[in-house]
Design a protein around this ligand. Structure first.
Ligand SMILES: [Zn+2]
Length: 313
């Protein structure tokens, strides 16, 4: 049982201030926006049968006593800031190596309003992580979302990922495995990270609208608030989850309020060597954690937490 008397980990801040926070805040919703979305969500949720407790929690939410509900925009905002700060930290670290980082969207599961609540995030993540590892993708940070498509009335549970140092062969191998799931456009085209804060803050969102109609210049339809049946499905699905359950990690783990790298197994490294000998790009892609540095870095955030070694070493 989690201790609810303590503030959630995503609400704790750097004791000496963190320069990443203000740059991240510029790309997420403002406090005013979050409060406006809260009103919208409450309006929709009040029409849903069985959502009384959720409405009550979100209505009472405050900075002193955050409700921690997924459909509470002020809480979601703080979690998104935490997520982006941590991801940005490792992105900047990887740039010093240098490693090529790419963003990727992967569609994992589709479900109707009735079936969405039956989808287990942990199970979907577990299967997905295994598939990535088999393809040779080891270091990933991402966020999980469910989007609603009005045309077919279906939800798509998908992940927005930041891949650290993944090579094109591994991504192509992974994508070909995903096509077997039968989901259309299962894996998007990988995108280079040219606008890090904007792209990293986009990895995890908790939207309560859907897009429809003609595409705009960004290839997106207009946003509409969800109807009661949709928000009821989303509320039912998210009800048992904490924000961190939406966090997808491979080659990293969450340690209190930090995301820290984990050691990549020898078997996985060997697979990487095999790939290299098949003519992969020569980018060093195996990160080994230095335990002592990592522990210190978890406290100071100033030093690199692990050493990057080439696969051949
Ligand atoms: Zn809240």
């Amino acid at each position: 049982m989690r201790d609810r008397s303590l503030p959630p980990f995503w609400q704790t801040y750097e004791p000496n201030g963190d320069c990443r926070r203000s740059s991240v805040e510029a790309f997420v919703e403002t406090v005013e926006d979050a409060n406006w979305y809260r009103k919208k969500n409450l309006l929709a949720l009040r029409k849903c049968e069985g959502a009384e407790d959720l409405v009550d929690d979100i209505s009472r939410c405050s900075a002193a006593r955050p409700c921690r509900r997924i459909l509470c925009p002020p809480c979601a905002r703080l979690y998104r800031i935490w997520f982006a700060q941590q991801t940005l930290r490792w992105f900047r670290h990887s740039k010093q190596r240098p490693l090529t980082s790419l963003t990727l969207v992967v569609r994992l599961k589709q479900a109707s309003n009735r079936d969405l609540p039956k989808i287990s995030i942990a199970r979907v993540h577990g299967r997905f992580r295994k598939r990535m590892r088999r393809a040779g993708i080891f270091r990933v940070i991402g966020g999980t979302e469910a989007s609603y498509n009005e045309l077919d009335g279906m939800w798509t549970v998908h992940v927005h990922l930041l891949l650290f140092g993944a090579d094109p062969i591994a991504i192509a191998d992974f994508a070909s495995k995903c096509t077997k799931d039968g989901i259309s456009r299962a894996v998007s085209k990988p995108q280079e990270v040219n606008d890090p804060i904007k792209q990293i803050t986009y990895l995890q969102k908790f939207g309560t609208f859907y897009r429809a109609g003609a595409f705009d210049s960004r290839g997106k339809g207009r946003a509409y608030p969800m109807r009661p049946a949709q928000i009821a499905a989303l509320a039912s699905w998210t009800d048992s989850y904490e924000f961190e359950d939406f966090l997808f990690l491979a080659g990293f783990r969450r340690y209190a309020d930090r995301i820290v790298p984990t050691e990549i197994s020898r078997a996985a490294r060997m697979r990487r060597v095999e790939n290299s000998s098949r003519g992969m790009s020569g980018i060093a892609t195996t990160w080994l954690r230095d335990e002592a540095l990592s522990a210190r870095a978890a406290k100071t955030c100033r030093r690199p937490a692990f050493a990057l070694l080439s696969a051949q070493q």
